[in-house]
Design a protein around this ligand. Structure first.
Ligand SMILES: [Zn+2]
Length: 241
């Protein structure tokens, strides 16, 4: 089990850790700030700095085969030899890339609030965020852009809290107010709340206030199938690609 520092504080960009496992898939640490690919959000990149100053480049982060394991994927497989079990490392993520993930991820919650239909696909990268909605109605690009601009401009605080299954059961109104039903069985779920806008279970990384998202554009609206509408968001200040 890797201690997931990013779950409770998404603003942590580096940490001290120790190597617990090294194999052909990558490196595992006792604790990490690297978010593993999941929930639609891309995995972090970055580097591990060894005690002697050597820098090991991490190309991606993935969940391991065992639940709770986080695998830091080496950009260069030969670096495996430099990583001894128990060795101390400084784990440092690519800050610019992660900030983009956090801004886009929070933006997808705003989109969920603006388009109240079930989501059946999601991809969050540093270049774009893509959400597929299960719906048949047409979507209006300018209406969505205006809605996003309003919610970003209103600077809503974003917060998270853990809640137990028992607390969920005791508060049926809470579940009703969520845009996505919480998963059951693990004993507790993490709720992400954008004050006055959206409440749903989510394990990803987010900014602390919608104002941090910045200006967005709807790059594309696509009819993926008779019952799926795809919306692709980009940052207004980003080069088109
Ligand atoms: Zn989220």
């Amino acid at each position: 089990m890797t201690e997931e520092l990013f779950r409770d504080d998404a603003t942590l960009m580096e940490c001290e850790a120790h190597v617990t496992q090294v194999d052909e898939r990558g490196v595992q640490l006792d604790r990490t700030v690297f978010y593993p690919h999941g929930g639609g959000q891309a995995g972090d990149r970055g580097e591990l700095v060894l005690a002697d100053g050597r820098v090991i480049v991490i190309a991606d982060t993935r969940k391991g085969e065992v639940p709770g394991d986080i695998v830091h994927v080496l950009a260069n497989a030969d670096d495996r030899a430099a990583l001894a079990i128990g060795a101390p490392v400084r784990a440092r993520i690519d800050v610019e890339r992660r900030r983009a993930h956090m801004r886009f991820h929070t933006a997808t919650h705003l989109l969920c609030a603006l388009i109240p239909h079930p989501v059946d696909g999601c991809s969050i990268t540093s270049d774009y965020a893509r959400l597929d909605f299960h719906m048949t109605d047409a979507l209006d690009k300018s209406v969505i852009e205006a809605g996003l601009e309003r919610l970003v401009g209103e600077a809503h605080p974003v917060s998270q809290r853990w809640i137990t299954d028992a607390e969920l059961d005791a508060n049926p109104g809470l579940v009703r107010s969520m845009s996505v039903q919480p998963p059951r069985g693990s004993g507790r779920v993490r709720l992400l709340e954008i004050e006055g806008v959206d409440l749903q279970p989510c394990g990803g990384t987010h900014v602390a206030n919608t104002a941090e998202i910045g200006a967005l554009v709807v790059r594309k609206i696509e009819k993926k199938s008779a019952s799926t509408r795809r919306v692709v968001l980009a940052f207004r200040d980003a080069p088109a690609g």
